[in-house]
Design a binder for this molecule. Sequence first.
Ligand code: BTN
Length: 246
Amino acid sequence: MTKSAPYAELLKVPLETVFVGREIVTLDVIDSTNTYALKHGKEGMVIVADRQTAGRGRLGRTWHSAPGLGLWFTVVFEGMWKGLSFAAALAVRDALADRCELRIKWPNDVLFGEKKLCGILIELRNDLTVLGIGLNVHHTPEDFPPELRDKAGSLESEVGGTWDRCKILRDVLTHLDGKVMLIRKSGVEAVRAEWAAACNLIGRRIRSGPHVGTVVDIDSHGALLLDTSSGTQTIPTGEITYLDGG
Ligand code: BTN
């Protein structure tokens, strides 16, 4: 493993963060930055790779991580942390807010319009929590496997213009540090409330598997509380369908 040229710029100027990016590991290629982090991670470490050969998504899916196209990185936390997935989605949205209006889609994707640009995977092992973020940057539609072309997009394909992965990463890490500090100081509620508002689900009528009802709240794990004809159901994750047309 060698230092990755695409991210050499990242290391030139220190980040102005307290926690996130205390140490930065830049790699050309790795199986998965999350796997590396689970093996070698230390508090505050960021691992970023130009290419992942076995990038992982949620629900055991593959995360396509071709070289030169996206930002594939992981941030390491010691112990169990609540609220990191909220912090991550808000950090990505806010870091790019001066150039595009991204939206957060439950359970935790970041979209532009209807296209998913960013996914978040949190894993926990041996008292380490690792927060993996994949953000599609330079992809053309043809860069995605055919079965993903309807759903996935990149900043360049959807928003347009030119994008610098180093700058995006610095901005996301800076915003993430702010959210992490907020969780440390005030607890998870501050970011949960902001994230829940951004998901825009409270009061919506939805279907999730066999459950149909109205979303009354989102708990501190990000689960939906659904008011149904048979009482309140907790929906931890999964696909939802809107039934109220919005
Ligand atoms: C999802 O399914 O939406 C989550 C995708 C998470 C992908 C990122 S890329 C960096 C990190 N390393 C991985 O193997 N996965 C995460």
